[in-house]
Design a binder for this molecule. Structure first.
Ligand code: URA
Length: 205
């Protein structure tokens, strides 16, 4: 059964969880970060995306996937015919991890301990939303979803049976596409990403 919150519904449960996560001290990343960036989207979404962690802009805005990676993600979703507003979008790690460099804050990768500590939240988000399909964007998200370190290229393209009986998929992270230096390769990889999104969109129908 769906977990229910004070409102007796999944929406209320998510709101309560978001409030709890705002005060998270489960790992040290909360301290230098501006705020917890919790997931966003309908509590009854059939499709749930997991990113890595908020970036600089997400940390300031308090919303997932609003910076450069988010803009690429939005464009790819639109091309794939997937309505972002109907999906639940979250991250494996809820605080921005960075190294200060002058005035800039340079993203640094969450480690296994931080991913583990933060599973507390994404596991509960998934338990409340109960999506038909969960998509891990990149290695950190896949590690969080599957509970172990995996290779994206080995698991990509096929559904993965998750412990709760629902379906998991892995694909690349939009930042991987942003970082590709070769334009031709970038176009190919972008097309593959759009195709993955189109497939998961179909599976969630
Ligand atoms: N990258 C992520 O993985 N998540 C965000 O929210 C933004 C960038």
């Amino acid at each position: 059964a769906k977990r229910t919150g004070p409102g007796g519904n999944a929406e209320g449960a998510l709101a309560a969880l978001r409030e709890e996560a705002a005060h998270c001290r489960r790992c040290p990343l909360w301290k230098p970060a501006t705020q917890t960036v919790f997931g966003e989207g309908p509590a009854d979404a059939a499709l749930l995306f997991i990113g890595e962690q908020p970036g600089d802009q997400e940390d300031l805005a308090g919303k997932p996937f609003v910076g450069p990676a988010g803009q690429l993600f939005d464009r790819a979703l639109a091309e794939a015919g997937v309505d972002r507003a109907r999906a639940y979008v979250s991250n494996a790690v809820k605080h921005f991890k960075f190294e200060p460099r002058g005035k800039r804050r340079i993203h640094s990768k969450p480690n296994a301990g931080e991913i583990e500590a933060c599973r507390w939240w994404i596991d509960q988000e998934r338990a409340i939303v109960r999506p038909k399909v969960t998509v891990a964007l990149g290695a950190t998200a896949a590690h969080s979803l599957l509970g172990k370190s995996v290779t994206i290229s080995k698991l990509r393209g096929e559904p993965i049976a998750l412990a709760d009986g629902s379906e998991g998929w892995v694909t690349v992270h939009p930042s991987f596409l942003l970082r590709l230096p070769d334009e031709e390769r970038k176009a190919e990889e972008y097309a593959r990403f759009v195709e993955d999104l189109r497939r998961v969109g179909e599976r969630a129908k």
